[in-house]
Each structure stands twice: as C-alpha cells, then as structure tokens.
Design a protein around this ligand. Sequence first.
Ligand SMILES: C[S@@+](CC[C@H](N)C(=O)[O-])C[C@H]1O[C@@H](n2cnc3c(N)ncnc32)[C@H](O)[C@@H]1O
Length: 247
Amino acid sequence: MQYLDIQPLQSRSFRNLTGAQVFTQAIMSSKPEGIMKAAPDTTAGAEELFDSWADSYDSALLSWKYLAPKRVADIAFAEFGTNKGGNLLDLGCGTGLGGQAARVVGFAGKLVGVDISQASINYVRNRKPDTYHELHYGNLNMPMTFLMRDNVFHAVISIGVFRYVEKFDVLFKEIHRVAAKRAIIIFTHLAASWDSDVRQCRSAAQEMEKMGLWSLVRVGEPEEYMPNNPDEELAQETIRYVVYRKR
Ligand SMILES: C[S@@+](CC[C@H](N)C(=O)[O-])C[C@H]1O[C@@H](n2cnc3c(N)ncnc32)[C@H](O)[C@@H]1O
C-alpha cells in the first residue's frame, strides 16, 4: 500500500497495527500535506485519507488559505439573488466547510450533505450539528438512491472533490436528476485536470450540454487553491470554478 512508504511507519511503534490503524498513526505523526500527497486520487484513497484526517482537516485547510468554500458560497448566492431559502446539496461535504460558508453568507434553507468519509460525517454531526439538515454516507460514482426525490435542489455544489471522482457520467446524471428546474450547479476542479479532461470530466459535462440537460454559465479562470500549503507542488495547484444551470 502506498501509504506504507511514509517515513514514520517504519518505526517500531507501527509494527503490530492494521492498515487502517497504520494510516491513522501516520496522520497523527506526519504533516497533513505529506499524507494528502501520498493518498491516491481515487475514491478509495479519499475514503481512507479523509476518514483518518477528519479531526484536524479544518485547521490544516484554513492555515493553507483554502478559500474555495467561501468563493462557491458567494457564487451560489450571487446566482440566487436575494432568495436565500431553498434546498442546497453539498456533494463531498467533508467536514462541512461548504455548509458553514453557505450559512455565513446567509443561506437559511435546507442543506443536505453527502460524503464517502463516515468519520467526516460524524465530525459534522458532532461538531457542527446545526449546519446540515441531512447527512448521507454515499459514493458519488454510484446512483444516489438515498436521495429519493427528483428535481428538489435549487443549488448543487461540490468543492475540492472532483480529483477523487471516477465516474463523471454517473455523477452528472444524478446531479441532473435531483436538481430542480433552473438549479445552479457549481463545482471546483483542478485546472490541469479539467483542461486535460482527466477521467472525461469535461467531456461528460459537455455531453450533458449537448443533450440539452444543462447550460454552461461559465468556466472561471484558474485561481489559487491552497496557496499556503507548505508543500510547494500542492501550493502551486490551481482550480477552476465551473457553473452550470439545469434547463
Ligand atoms: C478535499 S475534501 C473537500 C471537503 C469539502 N467539500 C471542503 O471543501 O472542505 C474532499 C471530500 O470529498 C470526499 N469524496 C471524495 N470522493 C468521493 C466520492 N466518490 N463520493 C463521496 N465523497 C467523496 C472525501 O471523502 C472528502 O470529504
């Protein structure tokens, strides 16, 4: 397993631990930027990474000047106009920074979060109990059968998640199913991955346009992502804010 290369794991204290325990110990004893870099950009990698990191994720990200949740909340509510009610779905909600940002800009409606990290969901439940109305454990690569009602969300957001997603055709159809008519859909993606169409994200989004299911509002210019990350390579990454509107 890739994580086993991390230096502290070679110490004697890790010898009798299971894989998950080893990873948790690595998180506690290593720097988060190192762990983030070591985790594969896959859903399985994300589940393990964020399950182990949930308790200290917020403080690391805030110290890295992670502004994406606030930027997405601002974009969402510029599009909403003065209507700050409605239903908002936060896909890959993690520890709830997106939901918190939405509340800070005055969103007063119903918030639903989905994530594959049960530890992150538990963290939100325990530490931010008034932020989301519903939290679901779920995999964005699969139909979200736990969201039973179609056409209900006035905004769907996904922040910092797409590097781990593997089936964008499935995800975009599900977003379309649960989004209300004229709903705003906002996601961030690594600029390099969007531009080079990694795992066919951009082409799957364009296919939705061709099918007349949603219209492109804008693809933003690359912006900084976590510029104060102590790891030079992660600090240099840029993201695009991509906005669609359901037809
Ligand atoms: C970098 S964190 C971002 C969390 C939050 N949106 C934020 O901005 O702080 C990425 C989140 O995506 C979740 N995630 C990654 N792949 C996923 C998948 N296939 N299904 C559901 N959640 C996923 C991870 O568990 C993690 O909580």
